[in-house]
Design a protein around this ligand. Structure first.
Ligand SMILES: [Zn+2]
Length: 224
């Protein structure tokens, strides 16, 4: 049976962990808040040190790189990427990429890709996408229990030429949802979920488990 292999555990969730830094909380300046009856949304507590974007990095600035073409037209790719970003509800900004896709440039890109990690697997499985995240945070030895890893960059690459049966809007949206979930810090979940490791069904509806992972990380920040 042909199956679509979403980005594998070892490859999709590969994280580049930068040097630890205990400098927290920005530059220490604080603007005087305007009187308001609605408190500003804040990130929930994170006792389990879940990977997520920090308050200073929200909204996440994504850009779409269509320099490398894929089976779907650029406009459709952009439309579905935006739909996937909206579905998760994490604040984001979307623009076009000023340069070539690259890692460790503090620019979070979504695009087609032909990275070596997108090699085809055996047994009829195909790796449909991969997300590399760059994380800063504190090392265990030098930082306190309240320090948490923070994502500062996430680059998403989508397999441009999957088997014909997966060249559908639903499958492209499904892969984008999955990889964007990784980009926001989610790991894999049991099926059924958008974050399940493998599928031949291309799910496009976030499950309670999918949403729970995002709620735990961003809570009131979510706009959905
Ligand atoms: Zn994955």
């Amino acid at each position: 049976m042909t199956r679509l292999l979403f980005a594998g555990v070892l490859l999709a969730c590969a994280s580049l962990v930068a040097a630890a830094s205990c400098a927290r909380g920005g530059d220490g300046t604080a603007a005087t808040p305007a009187p308001t009856s609605t408190p500003a949304p804040r990130l929930p507590d994170n006792p389990d040190h879940l990977e997520r974007w920090g308050r200073d990095s929200l909204p996440v600035a994504f850009c779409i790189d269509t320099a490398i073409g894929g089976w779907a037209p650029d406009r459709e790719f952009e439309e579905l990427a935006e739909r996937a970003l909206d579905a998760w509800g994490v604040p984001y900004e979307l623009g076009s990429c000023p340069g070539a896709m690259g890692e460790d440039n503090r620019q979070s890109e979504i695009g087609w890709g032909t990275a070596p990690a997108l090699d085809r697997y055996g047994d009829g499985q195909f790796q449909a996408g991969i997300t590399n995240t760059r994380i800063i945070g504190c090392g265990e030895e030098e930082c306190g229990p309240d320090d948490v890893p923070e994502i500062v960059e996430a680059d998403i690459r989508i397999l441009p030429d999957p088997p014909r049966e997966f060249q559908t809007r639903a499958c492209l949206l499904s892969v984008l949802l999955h990889e964007i979930g990784h980009a926001y810090g989610l790991g894999h979940l049991d099926a059924p979920s958008v974050m399940q490791t493998r599928t031949s069904e291309c799910p496009v509806t976030l499950t309670r488990d999918d949403r729970a992972g995002m709620d735990a990380r961003y809570g009131d920040m979510l706009f959905r």
